[in-house]
Design a protein around this ligand. Structure first.
Ligand code: NAP
Length: 337
């Protein structure tokens, strides 16, 4: 089978086409899929630089998120049949309940080979059916970004009348926007671009703030909504944490997810303590969360925000460079063509 892999070294420049043996027939509880599409997460950029150093040995197939068609099932498989469109889960070992240390070592496109390959064999327990009527390209946006947003927004108890602030117009942020609207919340979104803010408003954002022209955007949040936010989706890390702490209400929640602006932040502990701010970290989510999210998507008919430029699997290096430049809106997708 065809793959794209880092073979001779880490770094985007080392991603090259390769071949691997076609996988054999699936074991009794396994499923053989043909990958039709994949999508990028910021993590894939970090992984390509071997940024999570303990993970991955060369050669290494990148990208955590993909969607594929079931082409064979083991004799004991009950959840899927040939022809189903499915997604491998991001943390293959996490089925339900809270995150546990024992799930380490099971991440797609990190601990195990990722999605830019023709075929993969997965335990049926580590697959989720795609939303009804979705294309492979759409389904490939879900495993990391959408499940993380679902965990951060819905599993943190967002309810009608709440105010949520989300940062930037990348994959996680736009899913957080969509899920918060489903929950009946008012959504404030920040971006470096007024044009992107307009696009975010077109998919439901109530208030847009340009964080370049308003570096102290927490003030604008408080002016516009008249109080602090109930939930802040923290994606910028060192670049945003101080403003997030200022933007959240007393006893509100900051969902600690991202580090696009740096991973080592200083924190004004006095404010955190006296305002009883809840700092709650999230690492993607379980298969159960993924399935709950798919049910909500089926019920409400939402669609993912996908960037206009779609790449072939063979162009994965170019797609990662584009992600690094940050001009995209929503998810950057790739197709196995
Ligand atoms: N914990 C987890 O399980 C988990 C899961 C998924 C992602 N993440 C993390 O979440 C972050 C976002 O991931 P992603 O895949 O959604 O990234 P992405 O699609 O590459 O989006 C990144 C976006 O961040 C925005 N941004 C950059 N600097 C910013 C700042 N100072 N303030 C506000 N926004 C800023 C930009 O939005 P504009 O272009 O609009 O300015 C950019 O488009 C990454 O750090 C990633 O590693 C964590």
């Amino acid at each position: 089978m065809k793959v794209m892999e880092m073979r001779d070294g880490w770094g985007i420049e080392h991603i090259v086409p390769g071949t691997r043996p076609d996988p054999g027939p699936p074991g009794p509880r396994d499923v053989l899929i043909r990958f039709e599409a994949a999508s990028l997460n910021y993590r894939d950029l970090v992984m390509a630089q071997h940024g999570y150093g303990r993970m991955g040995a060369l050669p290494f197939i990148p990208l955590s998120d993909g969607a594929g068609r079931v082409i064979a099932t083991g004799a004991e498989v009950t959840r899927f049949t040939v022809g189903d469109l499915v997604c491998p889960t991001f943390l293959q070992g996490w089925i339900s309940g809270p995150l546990r240390e024992s799930y380490r070592g099971t991440t797609m496109g990190g601990d195990i080979d990722g999605a830019v390959r023709d075929f993969g064999i997965f335990p049926e327990a580590a697959l989720v059916r795609a939303p009804h009527g979705w294309t492979a390209r759409e389904a490939a946006t879900l495993p990391c970004a959408a499940v993380t947003a679902w965990n951060a927004v819905i599993c943190n108890g967002t309810k009608p009348g709440d105010v949520m602030v989300t940062q930037g117009t990348g994959g996680v942020s736009l899913f957080a926007l969509q899920f918060a609207k489903l929950a009946g919340a008012t959504v404030v979104i920040t971006s470096s671009s007024d044009a992107k803010l307009d696009r975010a408003k077109a998919i439901g954002a109530d208030i847009g703030i340009n964080y370049k022209s308003h570096p102290e955007w927490s003030r604008v949040v408080r002016e516009r909504i008249g109080r602090g936010a109930d939930l802040v989706i923290e994606l910028g890390g060192a670049a945003t944490l101080d403003q997030s702490v200022r933007a959240v209400r007393a006893s509100g929640t900051i969902s600690m997810i991202g580090v696009v602006g740096g991973g080592s932040a200083t924190l004004e502990l006095g404010r955190v303590v006296t305002q009883a701010v809840r700092l709650v970290a999230a690492t993607c989510g379980s298969r159960e969360m993924f399935e709950d999210m798919v049910r909500a998507i089926d019920t409400h008919g939402i669609k993912p925000a996908i960037d206009d430029k779609v790449y072939a699997f063979s162009e994965v290096a170019d797609s990662l460079r584009a992600l690094g430049k940050g001009a995209h809106f929503g998810k950057i997708c790739l197709e196995n063509r």
